[in-house]
Structure formats: C-alpha cells, structure tokens
Design a binder for this molecule. Structure first.
Ligand SMILES: O=C(O)[C@@H](CO)OP(=O)(O)O
Length: 215
C-alpha cells in the first residue's frame, strides 16, 4: 500500500499580515521556520523516500528544512502550487470590496467553474493536484513520498478524495506545517483507490498554528 504524506508550508509573513498569496509569495517567519523544523522531526523516522514540493518559495523553504532532517534531497512540481487567485493576489483580505468578496465566494459556492478574475477555478486546482498525487503511483515499489504544498490546494485534494466536489464550501482546516496522509489501497472495507488516513495533524507543533488566513 502506497502511503503519501502531505505537509502545508510553515507560517509566512503574508499569512500573518492576512495578505492573499496564491501563486505570489512571501518568506517563512521565524515561527514558520520553527514549525518546519518540528514537522521535520516528526517525519524523520517515517521512512520517507521522496520529497516533492510546490515550486513556490514558501514551500521550497519548508521542503529544504525537511530534506536536511531526513537526509534526502527534494524536487519541485508546479502542479502542487496554491490556487492562482488572479487579480486578488497580494491584496489584504480585509480590504476586499463586496464585489471582490463575491469573487472569492464564487470559488466555493457550488459554481463548478467559479473563479477570481484572471485566476484558477477549484475544479482546475483539483485536476492538477490529483495529477501530482497520481504521479506518486509511478515511483518505484516501496516508495514513501512526502508532498509539500498549500492550504487550499491540499484542502481541495483531501476533500475531493473524500468525495466532495472541488467547489464545495471549505470544511477542512489545514494549518501551517500540519501533517496529513493519504493511502492508495485495495481494502475490503474501504473504497478502492485513495483514502484519507490523517488530515491536519498538528500535534508535533509546540504552539497553535494559524489557519491559512485566520478566517
Ligand atoms: O495563498 C494563500 O494566501 C493561502 C490561502 O489559503 O495559502 P497558503 O498560505 O497555504 O499558500
């Protein structure tokens, strides 16, 4: 059975400032670096064989810390990037107008192709996240990969594995440096294919971690 670990990057400067990152970027805070070190210690003895990270800076910074602790290198895959939030990237979430808020709501109000102008839909995000996850099935037998990605991207992946549509209202909180695990298995008791073993575990962190935008 293939086990795939999922880690959201550590707290960033714009997470703290409540600025929308999407495919823009800001660096880890001191707390974010500490979180990355703590999740690295948590996964050090799990037999991780591959680390695959979104190519954005915040995830690569997190992956580098984990890779050093495990003693293996990491590679990047841009399919693991956060949702492209179009014209709202870099904006302070508390500065959005009612119309701009409606664009954000359209992502998850049941509109299959809802999107922020010049951004990506949740359906498109789900398709590329599942493509990145499926690529793990091509790794050598006995592989145990760890993916480093983002709040909405991982939330969309885990929720769709559970059978929710990608554009469903968010009901899964994945905090900074939370650890999740999904397994590809053929069990008599569970649906064949991917199942969720763990979602959003932060027991390895010594201080409360933020949700992606403290909403
Ligand atoms: O893009 C962002 O601002 C947040 C939104 O969920 O994602 P992350 O901090 O996980 O990249």
């Amino acid at each position: 059975m293939l086990q795939v670990y999922l880690v959201r990057h550590g707290e960033t400067q714009w997470n703290v400032e409540r600025r929308i990152q999407g495919q823009s970027d800001s660096g880890l805070t001191g707390k974010g670096i500490q979180q990355a070190q703590q999740v690295a210690q948590r996964v050090r003895n799990l037999g991780i064989t591959h680390i695959i990270s979104s190519d954005l800076g915040r995830t690569q910074q997190t992956a580098r810390i984990i890779a050093q602790a495990i003693g293996c290198d990491y590679v990047v895959d841009d399919r693991l990037r956060e949702l492209d939030m179009g014209v709202l990237e870099k904006r302070d979430i508390d500065s959005l107008t009612e119309e701009e808020e409606s664009w954000r709501r359209r992502l998850v109000d049941g509109t299959p192709d809802g999107r922020i102008p010049q951004g990506e839909s949740m359906t498109e995000l789900s398709q590329r996240m599942h493509a990145a996850l499926s690529a793990c099935l091509e790794l050598p037998p006995q592989s145990r990969p760890l993916l480093v990605s983002h709040g909405m991207a991982l939330g969309c992946l885990v929720s769709t594995i559970l059978g929710l549509p990608p554009y469903a209202e968010r009901r899964l909180r994945l905090r900074n440096c939370s650890l999740s695990r999904v397994d590809y298995q053929q069990s008599a008791w569970l649906a064949p294919g991917w199942v969720v073993e763990t979602a959003g575990d932060v027991s390895h962190l010594d201080a409360p971690a933020m949700d992606e935008l403290q909403r």
